[in-house]
Design a binder for this molecule. Structure first.
Ligand code: C2E
Ligand code: MG
Ligand code: MG
Ligand code: MG
Length: 285
């Protein structure tokens, strides 16, 4: 009897596992298909210069408009894509789409006369960054779009830079091509501020959790991050600014740029293009 019972449980376990694996495989297949059939979209979130209120560029954020289901946020499918080689396809699609879009906006308007010109930032997953192909993937997107390398920023998380010497080498190569590198979600990993000095990066993005915190110790930490980053010649972006008081504090702390719902939410490409045209210097449009 006990034996029969045990086998029954094993069968239930097998069945659950089989279902999970099937669901994962189905989701992977659906993501792969979505990249080719127009279900994937890019939302653009404006980034603003804190001192002048001027637009400095956009962060490109992936969106999946899944028929019959609705909008699937990246947190629900990027981790699945990261579990397979699919993440390379996602990142390549984003690189091509975001560079093509900014190049098109430049061609259509006078933004190319602006100084400094608006940039576009693309998130690159750690797994893709460890793959040798990442260097050619970025070069291909720049060649296909004709976008100057200096207008593309790659966002990577700090753990990638610290833990993976191969990814580190790829970033060094990409930076030599003239592409900008930003550390995303800074403060959530284990990087010390001093380590920033020797890293192949241009920009530090302070994580939302620090920007939003009312804890005086966190405020001190943000001030410290900004000062240290400036000492090393880095540009600082504050993420997730939602309150006017947060923005005022960042301004007082000499933070360079800000991004968050208080300023702009991520928006469809058409709205982002319209915003660019409105922000052109008078008389040039
Ligand atoms: P992230 O790179 O740190 O992007 C910022 C996230 O914060 C975005 O979420 C953005 O919509 C959200 N956000 C911006 N301002 C505010 C604010 O004021 N308050 C709050 N609560 N949130 C704000 P989203 O678009 O859901 O993306 C989540 C994460 O998914 C991103 O975090 C990034 O790590 C990843 N991701 C998005 N697109 C891509 C992509 O194309 N490729 C890869 N590999 N990862 C991506
Ligand atoms: Mg990002
Ligand atoms: Mg971030
Ligand atoms: Mg992130």
């Amino acid at each position: 009897r006990a034996k029969a019972h045990g086998r029954g449980r094993a069968e239930i376990f097998d069945e659950t596992l089989r279902l999970q694996l099937n669901q994962r495989a189905e989701l992977e297949a659906a993501i792969a298909a979505a990249l080719g059939n127009g279900e994937m979209l890019v939302a653009y979130q404006p980034v603003v210069d804190v001192a002048t209120d001027r637009l400095t560029g956009y962060e490109a954020l992936i969106r999946w408009e899944r028929p019959g289901i609705g909008l699937v946020p990246p947190d629900q499918f990027i981790p699945v894509a990261e579990g397979s080689r699919l993440i390379g396809d996602v990142d390549r699609w984003m690189l091509h789409e975001a560079t093509r879009q900014l190049a098109q906006w430049r061609a259509e308007s006078a933004i190319a006369d602006e100084e400094p010109e608006p940039t576009v930032a693309v998130n690159i997953s750690g797994r893709h960054l460890a793959d040798r192909r990442v260097v050619t993937d970025v070069a291909d997107a720049l060649a296909a779009s004709g976008l100057p390398p200096g207008l593309l920023i790659l966002e990577v998380t700090e753990t990638v830079l610290v833990d993976d010497p191969i990814a580190y080498d790829h970033l060094t190569e990409l930076r030599a091509m003239g592409v900008g590198i930003a550390i995303d979600d800074f403060g959530t990993g284990y990087t010390s501020i001093g380590q920033l000095r020797n890293m192949p990066v241009d920009t530090l993005k302070i994580d939302r959790s620090f920007v939003a915190s009312a804890d005086p110790a966190h405020r001190e930490l943000v001030a410290l991050m900004i000062r240290a980053a400036h000492t090393f010649g880095l540009t600082v972006v504050a993420e997730g600014v939602e309150e006017p008081a947060q923005l005022a504090l960042l301004k007082a702390q000499a933070c360079d740029q800000a991004q968050g719902y208080l300023l702009y939410r991520p928006m469809p490409a058409a709205d982002a293009g319209a915003l660019l045209r409105r922000s052109e210097p008078a008389g040039q449009a």
